[in-house]
Each structure stands twice: as C-alpha cells, then as structure tokens.
Write a protein that binds this ligand. Sequence first.
Ligand code: DX5
Ligand code: ZN
Length: 207
Amino acid sequence: MYKISTSILSSNNLIDTIEKLNKSITDYIHLDVMDGHFVPNTKFSIEELKDILPHINKPIDIHLMVENPLPYIKAINNPNVKYITIHIEINQDINSLIDTIKSSGYKVCLAIKPNTNIEEIIPYIEKIDMVLIMSVEPGYGGQKFIPNSVERLKTIKKINKNILTEVDGGINNDTITYVKDYTDIIVSGSYIINNSNYNEAIINLKK
Ligand code: DX5
Ligand code: ZN
C-alpha cells in the first residue's frame, strides 16, 4: 500500500497546519523548498527551514526545488527527515549531491519535471532510493494533474522494478486512481489542506 505525504505548500497558516498534520494519519509531511531561480516562486530560506523542522513530528520528505541544494542539505539536521529530493535538471554534480545526502543519513530521491526525458534518470537509478515524477510543472500548488505522468511512473518501474516512486502534483480522490498501482509515496497538497478534516481526505486517498 502506498503512503501519503501531505504537502503544506498551499497552507496559509503553517503552524496550525503542521499541528493538525502531526495529529493526523498522514504518513509523511512534504516540505517544498523553492529558491526563486529553479522555480519562479520563493519559499523557505535555509533559516526558515531550520525553524520549521522541529515543529514536525511526522516523517518528513523535503523537496528541494532549488538550483543549488548543497547549503540546504548541509543545514538539515533532523531525525524526522527521511528523504531529501533534488532535481535532475539542475546544473550541478548530481553524483556528488547524491553522495552528500546519503552520507548525511538521508534517503535520496531524484525528481524529474514533466518535460524532461525520463531516460535521464537511468545513469543514477542504482544509486538512489526513489524517483519523484512531477505530475505538474514545479512551483505552485493546486495545479491540474498531467495525464502522461502515469506512463512515466510505469517506465521507471520497468527500468528498475525495485526502485521506489513518488508522484507530486494535482493528486486528488479522482487522479489517484490513475497512479496508485505504480506509486509508493503519493504527495497531495491542496486536496488535503483545503479539506476541513485532513483525515477524511487522506482516507479518501487510501481507498
Ligand atoms: C509543486 C509542489 C507540490 C505541490 C503539490 O511544485 O512540488 O508538492 O505543493 O500540491 P497539489 O497537491 O496542490 O498539486
Ligand atoms: Zn513537492
């Protein structure tokens, strides 16, 4: 059974949302970090990230939508952080970043945007724990799911049946039916956060 990772990107009261999620049945909390370069939006400076992490009691997956992840990786020091995700499209030494994430004690996830050739993952697949298929253009919550993400998830499982997959963007109680058989962690933001009862939304996603 897939796990649910709740993205707090669309929250307008972060501490309240985190407190509610800490008491909810979400499996992970998904933290989106954006630098205003890799994506147009900005969210969470390194200092803000360090302030937020101790408020979270759930396992955390951190999605670094940033051009230069190294200073973020170095600043993260929290036992609840399980996965650190970097993007394959950045102009950096991906192998070295993978090694740094691993040696810092975290699992490594490589994210790929909807229009990047899926085969670009192949050189790294043996070194990483998970692939994150972006099912929207990164940067904003509340966008519409891109249907060919399903094929991309299947392709990853064909390339390596043991690799974990995560899908992120536009997942709700309808679009989940397309991805659930090929995904180990499902990120959902606005569908959960905009529901007055988080657990009810999460249960709908687990049906
Ligand atoms: C998009 C982010 C996602 C987003 C998901 O760039 O990476 O994590 O917050 O939110 P929804 O579920 O609203 O698409
Ligand atoms: Zn994300």
